[in-house]
Design a protein around this ligand. Structure first.
Ligand code: M6R
Length: 368
């Protein structure tokens, strides 16, 4: 049942506050983060000296977000890597390496093989998975389930937000065990996370506006996505959604790379979606993005800017402005990704495609 929606994906986009709340529920008890579905002790977590996050597609993008948060909170080196690359190079792994394998289905062949490779090298593997009893959690040392509920649309939406939240829980559990954050700081971070379902609910009020923008962009040949810091994986995710659903050429770039090549792509009328950092949280990055947007607008690009509410500086250079609530910097992907999902779905629908079943794709990729 699509619940009165044109397509399942829209229903699932709207279920995101609930998916987030369900994923966080029960993980903060008596002032402590508990990863209760995991079989790793505090001592195991204390021994970790390096983290690899491995996954494919959208799940990989959640891993890229995790890198920023886990490094910041724990001071551990974190690498996010495509599962298909990880296992074919010779990653340096040992008993004190934590490999976080993220998979909605828990059956993705590349991620499963990465898990097997990591365990052969004696690394410890924690799976983040949305499917009870799937192969990846079965073969991992520990599992943290996302409770997003079944996802029917081939494009991952609510499971992405749930994966990001689960990664944050892993980061906070590591910080707590290692003592890189005091208990009251961990409590405050969890409180900020707990406020995110309401923040996502607020972004959902922009759905109609974003669908309208999507209809206007439906005839475009290509769309570029720009972001910095945690906005960079959001840009990659926006581009992936558009490729997979609307069959359009779409690229996500780190905004700092613009002058190193991609700016040559800018031509009159080209839509460019930009994720703005918070002017309060990351003022330096905000200023740099502002100048990036001015440059691309001066070259005639059509700018679609996702920015914090009340950020008036972007108004003059945004052809379309999509407002998101003000949230802590590391949590911004949870709100900034939502308009990207709606945009891709609506462009696809306007072009006459089946949003829930894009061509050539399967919900879970069980062959390499
Ligand atoms: O089931 P998994 O999370 O392991 O799947 C990984 C990717 O195949 C998946 O995220 C894919 O990129 C989505 N269709 C993107 O929307």
């Amino acid at each position: 049942e699509k619940g009165g929606h044109d397509y399942f994906m829209l229903k699932e986009i709207e279920e995101q506050p609930e998916a987030l709340a369900n994923t966080l529920r029960g993980h903060f008890v008596d002032g402590r983060i508990v990863l209760d579905e995991q079989r790793m002790s505090d001592q195991d977590l204390r021994d970790v000296d390096k983290v690899f996050v491995v996954a494919c597609g959208t799940a990989y993008h959640s891993g890229l977000v995790a890198k920023y948060a886990i490094e910041h909170w724990t001071r551990l080196p974190v690498e996010a890597e495509l599962a298909s690359e990880f296992r074919y190079r010779d990653p340096v792994l040992d008993r004190d390496t934590l490999v976080v394998a993220i998979s909605q289905s828990g059956e993705t062949a590349d991620t499963l093989e990465a898990v097997r490779h990591a365990r052969e090298q004696k690394a410890r593997v924690l799976a983040i998975c949305n499917t009870n009893g799937a192969q990846i959690p079965r073969e991992s040392d520990a599992v943290l389930y996302t409770h997003a509920g079944p996802e029917i649309g081939v494009a991952a939406t609510k499971t992405f937000l749930a994966q990001v939240a689960a990664n944050y829980l892993v980061g906070l559990a590591l910080a707590q065990a290692r003592g890189t954050k005091y208990p009251d700081e961990v409590a405050r971070e969890f409180e900020a996370l707990s406020a995110m379902p309401a923040a996502v609910e607020q972004v959902l009020s922009t759905v109609d506006q974003v669908r309208e923008i999507g209809r206007e962009l439906a005839e475009s040949k290509a769309v570029l996505f720009l972001g910095r810091h945690v906005g960079y994986p959001v840009a990659l995710e926006g581009a992936l959604k558009l490729k997979e659903l609307a069959y359009m050429h779409a690229e996500g770039f780190a905004a700092g790379e613009l002058k190193h090549g991609p700016i040559a792509l800018i031509e009159p009328g080209l839509p460019v979606v930009v994720v703005m950092p918070s002017p309060k949280g990351r003022a330096v990055l905000h200023a740099k993005l502002l100048s990036n947007i001015s440059e691309i607008q001066a070259r005639g690009a059509r700018t679609i800017v996702i920015a914090e509410e009340g950020d008036e500086t972007v108004r003059p250079i945004a052809d379309h402005l999509i407002e998101i609530p003000s949230v802590p910097t590391l949590l911004q992907p949870l709100v900034a990704t939502v308009p990207m999902q709606v945009l891709a779905a609506e462009i696809a629908r306007s072009r006459g495609y089946d949003v829930d079943k894009p061509r050539n794709l399967a919900k879970s990729v069980t062959v390499e």
